[in-house]
Ligand binder design. Sequence first.
Ligand SMILES: [Zn+2]
Length: 280
Amino acid sequence: MKALFSSIAVATLLLAQGPSALAQSDAKRSVTEIAPDVYRLQNNFHYSMVVITGEGAVVTDPINADAAAWIKTEVAKLTDKPVSHLIYSHSHGDHASGGAVLATDATVIAQANAPDQIDGVTPTLRFEDTHEFTQGDKTFELTWLGPGHGEDLIAVVVRPANVAFITDAAAPKRLPWRNMGGANIDQWIDQVRKVESLDFEIFAPAHGNVGVKADATDARVYMEQLRSAVLAGLKEGKSIDQLKQTVTMSDYKDWSNYLNWLPLNIEGMAGFLVASGQAN
Ligand SMILES: [Zn+2]
């Protein structure tokens, strides 16, 4: 009890000092089985996926070095087999750092456009459009989503569970990240369409809550409605501040990050439409 109390006291002290005082090991973590042998591993606001096949563990994004070490520990609790495959959803550093500890004995898979090394890890298997492999009783279908959010973004569908691991292109009932990072948003919308074209039931995103396939369509419709509302406003000569007053997207007020990120989504969309010459 004393130990428990002191760890609470330490946590409280750290929280009082603000998030920057929290060490990586204080990350919010959880392991959730979302389908038979398919696990979602949370490290703060990022999620990875681990699938146990009977012949090994197939792991997606390492997230970062500390998270990857933790993922390896959790895998060892689920199976006595090694990590057989490390699959990078894409090469963005917040999902793809620290993979070395998971790559040791694994086939390391990335899309062809990924850099030669991803935080020091060299992919051993690259593919252009699709790659499929079976291990034990599980099949993995990897599909490039095309350019948009990054150049090397893929979806991973696991069978027979029909789970899709989707990173950054879309997430169930959650606004796109902040100002959408200067991406070509029309291409990004096409990436979400590509997700919609895949055959799956459970939508396991790298951010936010688990959903279903229809959530991908809702995410794409959100982006299209935002696009047309911002474009109409720009053509009426509205400023960014005026757009933030008038583009309310109120159908989405229950989605996560609505209040924080809608103004940034509007900025990002307006920036893209102006820069791509579509707002004239
Ligand atoms: Zn990304």
